[in-house]
Design a protein around this ligand. Structure first.
Ligand code: DC
Length: 227
């Protein structure tokens, strides 16, 4: 039997930092009336808590305990996710460079990932979500209805990130270096490294406008809804 056209899909968007996932996921969710969930914000919240509680990024058992003892909530808004850590709004704090680095470091641990994946799966129950991250199509929702791997040339990603951060020239090399290092760590870690799911559509946004990327994604989703 065919699914009803109005069924609530699970849409997974993965890809490296700076590929434009958050903006696109948020716009796509808005168009569909879906909820957009930024899984990376959860790793960022845990990274922040590790900084604040002085827990080593290398100490997997302590990080897992920290995660268990924490309340990490994502609240979708029109422009992205509000991030709450133990009831405190840390949405802006988690975007700062030290937390960005911490997120990438705490995310290498398999048991930390297990905890995160279980929470993310709970959030997706019932569908009607666009979840973006690094392992959504491979681990969190291997049966997602639509899987997109959004990529872009590293130089373009660095430029986008710099523009996003309004970075002054003097700091640009540091930001670019940070992005390259985070990329390397996300792609080479043993547990759920960043890879495209075999059944993901790979979309290279290097020379595409944001509107064009969105249009292509909408086409994919529409095709899936009509199946
Ligand atoms: O998407 P982001 O830049 O907010 O992610 C921050 C870090 O979290 C990223 O460097 C790797 C990690 N992450 C992950 O391992 N798996 C995800 N699904 C999302 C993020």
């Amino acid at each position: 039997m065919h699914d009803a056209p109005s069924r609530k899909l699970i849409i997974a968007i993965d890809g490296p930092a700076g590929a434009g996932k958050s903006t696109i996921a948020s716009r796509l969710a808005r168009k569909l009336g879906y909820v957009n969930l930024e899984s990376g914000a959860m790793y960022r919240a845990l990274g922040l808590k590790a900084i604040e509680w002085d827990v080593s990024f290398e100490d997997e058992p302590a990080l897992v305990k920290l995660a268990h003892d924490s309340r990490i909530q994502l609240e979708p808004t029109l422009t992205g996710n509000r991030v709450l850590l133990d009831g405190r709004d840390v949405s802006e704090r988690v975007r700062e460079p030290d937390v960005t680095d911490a997120a990438s470091r705490v995310s290498v641990h398999p048991k930390v990932r297990e905890w995160m994946v279980a929470r993310q799966q709970e959030m997706g129950t019932g569908g009607g979500i666009v979840m973006e991250g690094r392992d959504i199509g491979t681990k969190v929702f291997p049966n997602a209805d639509v899987k997109i791997f959004l990529d872009a040339d590293p130089v373009v990603r660095e430029q986008r990130r710099l523009r996003q951060q309004n970075v002054r020239d003097a700091y640009s090399e540091a930001t670019a270096a940070e992005l390259r290092e985070r990329d390397r760590r996300d792609r080479t870690r043993a547990a759920s490294p960043l890879v495209a799911a075999p059944d993901a559509l790979i979309l290279d946004s290097t020379s595409l406008s944001e509107d064009e990327v969105l249009r292509r994604m909408e086409e994919l989703v529409k095709a899936k809804m009509e199946v």
